[in-house]
Design a binder for this molecule. Structure first.
Ligand code: SAM
Length: 233
């Protein structure tokens, strides 16, 4: 998959391209990552990319000309939809992540300040995506969150031992509790069934725990997928 990011802070992405899952995906050739600096497309010596909002009010707005030129440059190199990370976008969930992971590429546009000039949304943006109902200072972290979630699903990126198929939301439920050594920690024992070696019993226990967690913490997930609320055999 090819991913281009359009940003005024390309260096922020070093935090993910140099570590963990995303680094592994780049090294193995599953991910081609390229950043595009909006300031490189500014027309003045000070590399200005923002200006005051028409109509007055606080804050600044990312100007249309450098942003348009930067997106157009990214489109020359990266195929796929141009996605603006925005609080006004469709809320990201695992279903959307699965759909995005099927794409061969995408361009992620990171806003700053009060956001981007609306004419860029009209002329350049195919989709707006939000990571949740809260506001942060820029689109870089939302882009990194989305990228990490997508890359986990690319074939061959995760090892078997950390398969994304067992994660929360992959089957409409939350994950189950996990334990590792020692068998007793501060008076708390690992559930006996996990030490039994009986894989069918372990699978049943994990499923029941996941169902309990989901029922208690996120009943909306069960409602939305219509999953019967009983134990498997
Ligand atoms: N004035 C905007 C509003 O109230 O909706 C907030 C702008 S925010 C300070 C600056 C940039 O951060 C946005 O243009 C967007 O790219 C990004 N951003 C902030 N919160 C986000 C969220 N929940 N999801 C995705 N992107 C977000």
């Amino acid at each position: 998959m090819q991913v281009g990011v359009v940003t005024i802070f390309p260096e922020i992405f070093d935090a993910v391209t140099g570590f963990g899952t995303i680094r592994r995906a780049i090294k193995s050739g599953n991910l081609e990552f390229e950043s595009f600096n909006i300031r490189d497309f500014a027309s003045d010596r000070r590399r200005t990319v923002d200006d005051r909002p028409y109509g007055g009010g606080p804050g600044m707005v990312l100007m249309p000309e450098p942003l348009a030129a930067c997106i157009d440059a990214a489109r020359q190199r990266v195929e796929g939809p141009v996605i603006y990370l925005s609080p006004q976008g469709d809320r990201l969930d695992q279903k959307m992540v699965r759909e995005l992971a099927e794409l061969s590429g995408m361009i992620l546009v990171c806003g700053r300040y009060e956001g981007i000039d609306e004419r860029i949304v009209k002329t350049r943006i195919d989709q707006e995506i939000s990571i949740g109902d809260y506001v942060i200072s820029g689109g870089e972290f939302p882009a990194m969150v989305m990228l990490d979630a997508i890359v986990r699903l690319l074939p061959g990126v995760l090892g078997n031992e950390e398969s994304a198929l067992q994660d929360s939301f992959s089957d409409g439920m939350l994950d189950c509790p996990h334990y590792t050594r020692p068998e007793r920690f501060e008076g708390l024992d690992v559930p006996r069934v996990l030490l039994s070696g009986n894989h069918q019993e372990i699978q049943r226990w994990r499923h029941d725990q996941a169902l309990d967690w989901t029922r208690n913490r996120r009943p909306d997930l069960l409602d939305s997928c219509g999953r019967p609320q009983e134990k498997i055999n």
